[in-house]
Write a protein that binds this ligand. Structure first.
Ligand code: ZN
Length: 74
């Protein structure tokens, strides 16, 4: 389900809510509908994902020296 972040222009509260098409969300704090939709930066809660940053996780060593000129590995 799409969850969008909003920022209330009336009380500046930031919140996230489900938004269906043709459905106007309201500020849970003051009830205003004068909202600014934020970028989709809401991560699904309770979903421990292993995404992004799966590089350089422990060099297993594979004969891929990059020093070349014998500066460190003689
Ligand atoms: Zn508000």
């Amino acid at each position: 389900m799409p969850i969008y972040g909003f920022s209330c222009n009336a009380c500046e509260k930031q919140f996230e809510t489900l938004v269906r098409s043709s459905d106007t969300p309201e500020c849970p704090s003051c009830g205003s509908t004068d909202l600014t939709r934020q970028l989709a930066l809401i991560a699904s809660p309770g979903k421990g994902g292993e995404d992004a940053g799966s590089f350089s996780s422990g060099n297993g060593g594979g004969g891929g020296h990059t020093c070349g000129g014998g500066c460190c590995c003689g």
